[in-house]
Every structure is written in C-alpha cells, then in structure tokens.
Design a protein around this ligand. Sequence first.
Ligand code: C2E
Ligand code: MG
Ligand code: MG
Ligand code: MG
Length: 284
Amino acid sequence: WAKAGGKGGWALFDPERNANEVARMHLSASMPAALESDEFYVDYQPLIGLRDDRVVGVEALVRWWHPEFGRLGPDKFIGLAEETGLIVPLGRWVLRRACQQAKRWQDIFGDAAPFVSVNLAVRQFRDPNLVADVSAILEETGLAPHRLQLELTESAIMGTTDEPFKALRALWRMGVRIAIDDFGTGYSNLAYLRHLPVHELKVAGSFMQGLRDPDQADPVDARIVGTLVDLAHTLGLTVTAEGVETQAQARRVAELGCETGQGYLYARPGTPQATTEYISDHLE
Ligand code: C2E
Ligand code: MG
Ligand code: MG
Ligand code: MG
C-alpha cells in the first residue's frame, strides 16, 4: 500500500519534504533583508535577429546570491516571492536595475541599442501601481519607453478582470513593448489574443526539443511552431523562439518565420559587461 501510494501517500511523514518545507520558509523569511542588502542581481541574455545576427533585445533574469546557499536561480525563489507578495518590491527593483542598465546601452549604442525585456509576475501585473511605477522608472532612468519590453505569461493575462487590461493599454500608449512569454504552454485563448495590446510572442523553449537535427525531429512540434508563427503574423506580432540550443534549431525556427531567437546557442545569461561586449561584437 505504501508503495502504491508513493511519496504522496506519506507526505506528512516524508523527512525530505519537511526539510524542503523548512528550507522554503527559511528562504522566504530571509528575502526582505536580502533585498535590502543587495543579494539579488540581474543577468542579461541577448535576443538575436535571425536575419542579421544583431542583438535586438536583452532579457533581464534575476538571481540571488545567498550567503548560505550560494547562487540561486529564479525557479528557487520567484514562486515564494509570489506567495508572500515580496515579488512586488523585488520586481520593481529588477525593473529599475534593468532600465538603468538599458540606459547605459542607449548611451553607448544609440539607435542600435537593444530593448531590455523584463519579466512581470502575475501579482505585479495586477498591482494597481504598475503603470505609475513603470512611468516613474522610465522618467528617472531616462530610458526611451520603446527600449523597455515587459514579458507576461498567458496565465497572467487570461481570465483577468478589466483593470489589468487598462494597465496593458496604458503601457502600450506609453510606448512600452509587451510580449507574451512561454507562449503555447498555457491555455491560450486565441480569441482574447486578438484584442490584446501586444507586440511579440515568445514561443516556449519546450517546442525546441522537436526541432533538433532532422533525424530526431518531431514533425508535430514543427507544425505547432509554424502555426503559432502564422497566427502571430496574422495579428501583426513578431515572434521570438526561446531555448535555441543548436544550429539545426536556429535554421528551423528561421524557416518557420520566427524573427528572433534566444538561447544557449547565441549566449547564456551573463553580466552587464559580458553583454555589452556581446552587443559590440554583433553590431555589423
Ligand atoms: P523565462 O522568462 O522563460 O526565461 C527564460 C529562461 O530560459 C531563463 O531561465 C534562461 O536562462 C533559460 N534559457 C535561456 N536559453 C536557454 C536554452 O537555450 N536552453 C535552456 N534549457 N534554457 C534556456 P532562468 O534565468 O532560470 O529563469 C527562469 C524563469 O524565472 C524565467 O523564465 C522567468 O519566468 C522567471 N524569472 C526570471 N527573472 C525574473 C524576474 O525578474 N521576475 C519574474 N517575475 N520572473 C523572473
Ligand atoms: Mg521571460
Ligand atoms: Mg520564456
Ligand atoms: Mg519560463
């Protein structure tokens, strides 16, 4: 019986699970102080134009340098921050940091400067101060609004009430770019999409599995990506392929009509300095 019930059946007595729970609570409790004492930092990953190899944009990805646990990726703490609500001040901090960095690129590269793309958590998107915060941060940093992109997931957008839509429209009018992240993994409401103020779809990296070398390729994945690209283009949106790791995938997503690619093939998320060098090296 115990075996059939698996781990779930013993959940209450599972020492591993309890240890996890304690670690989670510990992490959660130490987050506000971590934000105060600058333990978070932002790495940047280029978004590459598939036609000319230039850096179109750069995604800001938050990390936590924890004094005990070392470097923690967002998958370890964003969910927790969402639960406690700390995501709102943490997200605002990432937004400000990313806009400051993008302003430096704006000063260095002028018209060729990439936009910076910042992930917004559901709670941030629903925060009534979002539009005012974004506007204030753009003002304060001097970053041109079209050099900021905000990434939202389908689940953040779908099934929300009218207020967040107003926020999206206000951001759009301000000139800020809007992208839908991890597209194709949620329950996309295609009818909704038609009326959304959005510039870009980011096709989820999970589809890249099936776009490997021709002998390992999954034709269904290719068809799905092709269909998402066609849909996006019908709606006047551009498409970024996430999680591009091989040349074969890069060729395939370009053939399928994606404008932009992001992934380890081009660059892993890196420091501002490494990213500045990468942008310089890909100007021509
Ligand atoms: P995401 O927004 O979809 O970001 C892309 C993730 O894919 C990043 O993971 C990136 O490092 C990873 N990635 C990039 N290229 C490749 C590739 O070729 N192969 C594979 N396997 N992975 C690749 P990361 O940095 O661990 O971030 C994970 C998620 O955490 C992000 O997914 C995003 O949802 C969330 N996140 C990161 N930063 C923030 C933030 O500042 N605020 C919020 N709310 N969420 C964030
Ligand atoms: Mg993202
Ligand atoms: Mg994504
Ligand atoms: Mg993701």
